[in-house]
Design a protein around this ligand. Structure first.
Ligand code: ATR
Length: 277
């Protein structure tokens, strides 16, 4: 009998998840007899679902809102970087039935830039990160792990930037958004982690022309794909990387852990997912 490995994404609600499309495309491309399904799991059912993984029904899967914090208490081990990020988005059932949790968002961020702006971190002295909310945490971990010398962390609520800089611990310089103009002329990278950019919202007073002409601008918002920030950067001739690649690349380590093959983020996969935005 062929043993079909099963994986999942759990959330509540879950029907808009693009993960089944991403993993389904990879399963087909590699001819793997496996499955990846979206399962709606309400908070009250989470413990019971984790028991199903432990019992061997699944090789593992992804975890999304609202379960990314609750699984800390249910997994048997959690990667230290997932602890720092404050969220587990991937679970793997190990051979002995123990469940290990980790977070692949910071790898997704790095994989996206490595693919679309090769060499971006070589000699990068200063990056500016806009936003100090939940999504900022994985970006700060990514830049710290990559050894970026200085990361200026700017947020509307400056106290939140200070608290996050202390908590994540790295070469972070917290400040208000108004500090942007001071740091921009020497910044090689600008990352937007705020929700600005959705619904055509844009930053007031963020003058991209202050950046060096070699600077890279990236956004983790991917709906719309080209946010006003990225459009403005492109109009100035700056390099840009959109946020869709982060979604695709964060899926890579999970697939590899469950199915034993490292999948590629191809233009075809990107086009398929882009068509659903
Ligand atoms: P997420 O988990 O997506 O990061 P979040 O934790 O609510 O969401 O954080 C949203 C981020 O966007 C925060 O950095 C927030 O700034 P504050 O900490 O000052 O709230 C930022 N943000 C949202 N709307 C903004 C706006 N209109 N102007 C400036 N920053 C904004």
């Amino acid at each position: 009998m062929i043993h079909v490995k099963k994986a999942f994404v759990i959330g509540h609600p879950i029907k808009h998840s693009r993960s089944p499309l991403i993993h389904g495309t990879w399963l087909a491309a590699h001819g793997i007899a496996g499955s990846y399904e979206a399962i709606d799991v309400a908070p009250a059912e989470l413990t019971q679902f984790v028991e199903r993984i432990r019992a061997g029904e699944f090789a593992g899967g992804n975890v999304t809102i609202p379960h990314k914090e609750a699984v800390f208490g249910l997994a048997d081990s959690v990667d230290p970087l997932a602890r720092t990020i404050g969220a587990v988005n991937t679970l793997v059932r190990e051979g002995d039935g123990r469940i290990h949790g980790f977070n692949t968002d910071y790898m997704g961020f790095l994989g996206n830039l490595d693919q679309n702006a090769p060499g971006w971190s070589n000699g990068l002295e200063r990056a500016i990160v806009l936003g100090a909310g939940g999504a900022s945490r994985a970006i700060l971990v990514a830049l710290r792990e990559r050894g970026i010398k200085e990361v200026v962390l700017l947020n509307r609520t400056v106290d939140k930037a200070g608290a996050l800089a202390r908590e994540i611990a790295g070469p972070f310089i917290p400040g208000p958004l108004a500090d942007y103009a001071r740091y921009a002329p020497t910044a090689g990278l600008v990352v937007n982690t705020t929700s600005i950019g959705m619904h055509d919202s844009r930053f007031e007073d963020l003058d991209l022309s202050l950046l060096p002409r070699t600077a890279l601008v990236t956004d983790i918002v991917y709906v719309p794909l080209v946010t006003p920030l990225l459009a403005d950067a492109r109009a100035l001739g700056l390099k840009t990387v959109d946020g869709l690649g982060m979604l695709l690349h964060q899926a890579v380590p999970g697939f590899e852990a469950w199915f034993g093959v490292r999948p590629a983020v191809t233009p075809e996969l990107r086009a398929k997912v882009e068509a659903t935005l």
